[in-house]
Design a protein around this ligand. Structure first.
Ligand SMILES: [Ca+2]
Ligand SMILES: [Ca+2]
Ligand SMILES: [Ca+2]
Length: 569
């Protein structure tokens, strides 16, 4: 029976689905080759023992794809800071990447692979949804967010911004076998679109310029303006490289532009590079196709009314609590405001029949028990942003959040992005009260190895549950010449461009050698933990059905869109 379903889900082609089947290896010569699969899942027992025979007993409660940091990037934007790459100690390795004109093509290939993985490779459960943990955009720009929404919805994407053709900082193609690459990367194409309902969280790059700076008037003007900073004067650069926080000063950006030593290039202005406020960002998520939905992608009218970017959604016996960890005062690292922190505790309490109060006393509550997954852009160790709230109030950081989660045994996992590396960390309850959980960080397709992760929760029917993690590569083949175009009517083989991008990324000397994860168990693992309550009476959930759409603007239906793009002749 399993064999039939495996063949069934592969459908039209026999290519491997996940890194359980086949891996990609990067040779010292910079050439990509196939390696054998990393199977079976490594069993991690830091939090619970593995009982014999559970593979025969287990039942699946949910299976979902985790996307982290798609970071779709307008490489022609005047607001980018590629010059930061040449600081003696680069401020970040993210200021410039040689494959950066191809982020939308790479993301399209990731979506395609996600669509191919329609069932859990373990239990055959149909995939329930996709969860993106923030940083859909690179530079808080409207056009970048539109690419994300349209890419997920399968609507035409226009990567060309400003004037017609490429106006970025690269003087030639990063791949000599594709000399026209930078021009090809600007052509509009129709991506496949994701086949599952999708949810998203807010990341720092969604609403902070360069992921760091609150969109003040000066930054907002540069974004839609016609002047791009190519380099700073040596003296100014030394100053900024030493202490990048001075860039938070809105006056300084104007000063730098006025400075005679600043190298500036003219670019064509583009109003679609407008910077988004948090509220505008949420509003835009309602401008999306009805299918696969849900409308708002987790956000509801409440988020617009209250201007808050945290929410939750339910699936069977599980609740997903999606946080907003962006500090509106600036900096890439995260934190949580006090109001949200109180909201989290309230949600946890109402979903726990017992928990521990702040003093460590056991409280028998009247909440109905649910399995709880925390979702946020920043992982625990990156919730270390020291800046107070714009209102002056202190913000909650990682250690306080971890203490809170340990007080609620129903929390089973924390799923996060931002790290751009595959990592799985046991978070044992220091008080040994049963408040242990797993933290899962997933790498980003913006850099090599361009992977994503499938997560599944099973009830092992022996007092334990397992969280299965399975990592997969892009659908694109390692040799671009083998790439077939999933949407051949649009004249752009986005799959081929994605394959080129991965090859370029693999040869980038600034790539993070740890991005794939240090161990197999950071990728393909079974993560055991004690079931926090008796699951015997819990029904096996059917396929995920998002809650009824909230108020908000409705986008075009897929059928209407197809008629619009390909009118019957
Ligand atoms: Ca472009
Ligand atoms: Ca252009
Ligand atoms: Ca195509």
């Amino acid at each position: 029976m399993v064999l039939v379903s495996v063949l069934g889900c592969r459908g039209e082609d026999e290519r491997p689905l996940t890194t359980l089947d086949r891996t990609i290896l990067l040779g010292e010569d910079g050439v990509l080759r196939h390696g054998s699969g990393e199977t079976p899942h490594e069993v991690r027992t830091e939090l619970a023992e593995a009982e014999v025979g559970r593979e025969r007993r287990r039942r699946s409660l949910v299976a979902f794809h985790h996307f982290a940091d798609l970071q779709l990037l307008d490489e022609e934007s005047p607001l980018r800071g590629e010059w930061q790459d040449s600081c003696p100690t680069p401020l970040s390795t993210a200021a410039f990447r040689p494959q950066e004109s191809l982020t939308v093509h790479v993301a399209a290939s990731l979506v395609r692979q996600t669509n191919r993985i329609r069932h859990s490779p373990l239990t055959d459960r149909p995939i329930d949804f996709v969860l993106h943990t923030g940083n859909a955009a690179d530079n808080a720009q409207l056009n970048e967010l539109r690419w994300f929404i349209d890419l997920m919805d399968g609507r035409q994407v226009h990567p060309d911004t400003g004037g017609a053709g490429y106006e970025g900082v690269q003087s030639e193609s990063p791949d000599p076998l594709y000399p026209e690459l930078l021009a090809l990367a600007q052509l509009p194409f129709v991506p496949e679109g994701v086949r599952y309902p999708w949810y998203t969280a807010l990341g720092n790059r969604d609403v902070l310029a360069q992921g760091n700076f609150p969109p003040n008037e000066a930054a907002a003007q540069i974004a839609v303006g016609g002047e791009k900073i190519i380099d700073l004067s040596p003296a100014r650069k030394e100053e900024v490289c030493e202490d990048p926080s001075i860039l938070l000063d809105p006056e300084l950006t104007q000063e730098i532009l006025a400075d005679e030593g600043t190298e500036v290039r003219a670019v064509t202005p583009d109003p679609n590079r407008r910077l988004l406020s948090r509220k505008e960002w949420i509003q835009e998520l309602f401008n999306s196709s009805e299918r696969p939905g849900p409308i708002g992608h987790g956000f509801t009218q409440r988020n617009l009314d209250e201007d808050v970017a945290y929410y939750m959604f339910e699936h069977g016996p599980l609740t997903f609590i999606v946080l907003d960890t962006v500090n509106p005062s600036g900096f890439a690292a995260g934190s949580i405001d006090d109001r949200q922190f109180k909201w989290i505790e309230k949600q946890l309490r109402s979903r726990s029949s017992s928990y521990y109060d702040a003093e460590g006393k056991l409280v028998e509550g009247d909440g109905e028990d649910r399995l709880i997954v925390i979702v946020s852009h920043h992982p625990l160790d990156r919730l270390n942003n020291p800046l107070p709230d714009p209102s002056g109030d202190a913000r909650v950081q990682g250690p306080e959040l971890e203490d809170l989660l340990h007080r609620f045994p129903n929390v089973i996992a924390h799923v996060a992005g931002d790290s751009q590396a595959n990592k799985v960390t046991a978070r044992p309850d220091p008080e040994r009260r049963g408040g242990s959980y797993w933290e899962v960080n997933t790498t980003s397709p913006v850099a090599y190895p361009m992977q994503s992760r499938l997560l599944e929760v099973t009830d092992n029917r022996d007092g334990t549950i397992s969280l299965f993690s399975t990592v997969y590569d892009l659908a694109a083949p390692i040799d671009p010449r083998d790439a077939d175009d999933p949407t051949s009517g649009d004249g752009v083989n986005e799959e081929e461009l994605a394959a080129v991008a991965r090859g370029v990324a693999a040869r980038d000397p600034q790539r993070d050698p740890e991005a794939a994860g240090l161990a197999v168990s950071d990728r393909n693992a079974e993560l055991l933990l004690p079931a926090p309550f008796d699951l015997a009476g819990v029904e096996t959930p059917g396929r995920h059905r998002p809650a009824a759409a909230a108020a908000g603007e409705r986008g075009m239906s897929r059928r209407a869109l197809l008629r619009f793009l390909f009118p019957p002749s």
